[in-house]
Design a protein around this ligand. Structure first.
Ligand code: HEC
Ligand code: HEC
Length: 326
């Protein structure tokens, strides 16, 4: 009987205390790694409607390269073209998303801005070629569509500040939203292309559909809670819990596929894109935690470590208590 207590104490300590301690260290390490990415800050997103004067006419020859010609996938199709003027496509789309190009009258202001802030890296013709015929630091921007320009400029990725970076990081934008559209109008005038700048109409969104589409298409890189994660070669999928990311930017990212992110065009309809946008901006950016503490929304694995830490830590304490009572 007298040997039972130390025996129990030894067993409990080797079985629980040692692995518990190791797990606790692992859990703390994991949390420290993932926590910075979970910080969600900023103001409530605002959908920016782009209002253009409606006029009709032919859309001229539109460059559809790189975009599948499937109905309702973010590219214009006959019945969806709402407005053109002088060969210039103004807007297209459906109830779920309206895609709009800035008016041709923005081109002159855009050229000035481009010459001052972009041409040094992308070439004076935005074609990735310097006056001496060499490749510039930045790639060819002709024929990418206004959504691509608008995304890179409004997310502050452009103008680039660190050309040695493997991935252009999101930062506070240097140009205003209006200036981003002007620059986009100018670059697009050199080789008109789609997608144009999307404005999702979140009113009719099916958020449950958005949640399952997110799990299938986005969670692999951005994680199921949207906290973001490291990818290969020093790149990373940024946090979507960041409330600076607007509905427009989520739709743009899906339709253009920036950097290492795939482009979702032929496989998702505008209604589906709109549903994902609603899920990201209404739920991921504003999580409710009905089950208790949210733990920073870092995801099931890291949160599981917290359960282990508290559970196993508790057992270790009980082990001490039992062992010391004699
Ligand atoms: C200091 C150099 C530099 C300046 C200035 C700069 N860029 Fe860039 N830009 C780059 C580099 C380098 C890349 C490729 C980065 C990457 O893929 O992560 C790039 C990529 C881009 C892309 C993505 C192209 C694509 O097809 O995915 C766009 C759009 C863009 N820049 C627009 C602009 C605009 C508009 C401006 C001016 C407001 C600008 N850039 C200013 C260097 C620059
Ligand atoms: C293969 C990995 C991958 C998948 C899958 C993926 N993304 Fe991304 N995503 C990225 C990367 C990498 C970036 C950063 C690109 C850059 O630096 O320009 C990014 C950027 C973004 C951004 C811009 C965020 C910011 O801070 O500016 C949004 C929004 C976004 N993704 C949404 C989505 C949505 C929605 C889906 C699913 C439909 C998705 N992504 C699927 C890798 C991915």
């Amino acid at each position: 009987m007298s040997g039972a207590r130390p025996q129990l104490r030894r067993t409990l300590c080797t079985k629980f205390l040692l692995p518990g301690g190791l797990l606790a260290i692992a859990a703390l390490g994991t949390l420290a790694l993932v926590f910075p990415g979970a910080a969600a800050q900023g103001a409530t997103p605002v959908v920016q409607a782009v209002h253009l004067s409606a006029s009709s006419g032919s859309c001229g020859s539109l460059n559809l390269k790189g975009v599948s010609d499937v109905f309702n996938t973010g590219n214009p199709f006959k019945s969806s073209i709402v407005s053109c003027s002088g060969g210039h496509l103004l807007h297209y789309g459906d109830k779920a998303i309206t895609y709009a190009n800035p008016p041709a009258s923005s081109v002159a202001a855009g050229k000035l801005l481009f010459d001052q802030t972009c041409s040094s890296c992308h070439g004076s013709e935005a074609n990735g070629v310097s006056p001496s015929g060499q490749a510039t630091i930045g790639p060819n921007l002709q024929g990418v569509g206004t959504a691509t320009i608008d995304f890179w400029v409004t997310t502050g990725r452009m103008p680039a500040t660190d050309i040695a970076a493997v991935e252009a990081e999101r930062k506070p934008p240097r140009l205003t939203d209006a200036q981003a559209l002007e620059v986009a109008a100018y670059i697009n005038s050199l080789d008109p292309a789609v997608p144009a700048v999307p404005t999702p109409n979140l009113k009719g969104a099916d958020v449950a559909d958005g949640a399952s589409l997110f799990a299938l298409n986005c969670a692999a890189c951005h994680t199921i809670t949207g906290a973001g994660d490291a990818l290969a070669f020093g790149t990373n999928a940024p946090s979507l819990q960041n409330r600076q990311v607007t509905p427009q930017q989520v739709a743009e990212a899906m339709r253009i596929g920036p950097a290492n992110m795939p482009r979702f065009s032929g496989n998702l309809t505008d209604a589906q894109v709109r549903d994902v946008v609603a899920y990201v901006t209404e739920y991921i950016q504003h999580p409710t935690n009905p089950g208790g503490a949210g733990l920073g929304g870092v995801g099931p694995v890291a949160e599981g470590f917290v359960a282990l830490l508290i559970g196993v830590g508790g057992l270790a304490l009980i082990c001490f208590w039992i062992g010391d009572r004699s």
